[in-house]
Design a protein. Sequence first.
Length: 202
Amino acid sequence: MPPVVGLGPGERILGPWNPRPMFWIKSSMANASMPAHWGYSGQVEGAGLERQYSTRDAATGPVVHEETSSQEVLTMLYIVETTKDIETAARDLEAAVKRNKFGVLHVHDLQKTLKEKGVDFPNACRILEVCNPQRAVQVLGANMTVNMALPCRISVYREGGKTKIGMIRPTALLALFPEATALKTVADEVERETMRMIDEAK
C-alpha cells in the first residue's frame, strides 16, 4: 500500500483499499485529460463522519485525495418516479426506446432471477439493455475500451413503495475513460435521448 497522507486529526483508514483509475481524483493535478494512473481508495473515519479517500503512489506523481458527497453521486444518476406499476412502466419504457430509434437487447427481471436462485427479494426490478447500433459503432470505432460501459442500462424498479425509472447518465460513464473525451458530444446526445425515453415512459 502506498504511503497514506492527508489524513486529518483522529482519522483512520476503514478500508478495504482497492486499485482505481486516478482520473477520478478531483484536483488541479489530475483531470480527465491526463493519462490514467492507478492508486488506491478506501474510506476514512474520524471527527464523526466518513469520507472517501484516494491516494496516488508517490512514485507516480503527487499525492492527491478526494471527498465524494452523496449529492455528487446523485448528479451521476437520472431517476424519475411514476404512478404506474412495474409491468406497465417497463412496457411503456420499451415502447419509448423503440420510438427513439434504439433497440432493446435484453430485459433482466432481477426479482425473478434471484427467486430462481433461491433468494426471495421483495423489490421488483426490470433492467433494460438498450442500444442504438449507429451510435455504438461510432463510439467503439473511436475508443474500443468504452465497450465496457455498453449497452446503456435503464432500470424500472420499486423502492419505498414507489415505482422509479432511472439510469446512470452516459456522460458520467464516459468520464471513466480519460482518453475518450472526444466522444463527449455523442454522450451528450445519447443522454438527452435516454432521458427523453424515461420521461415518455413515466
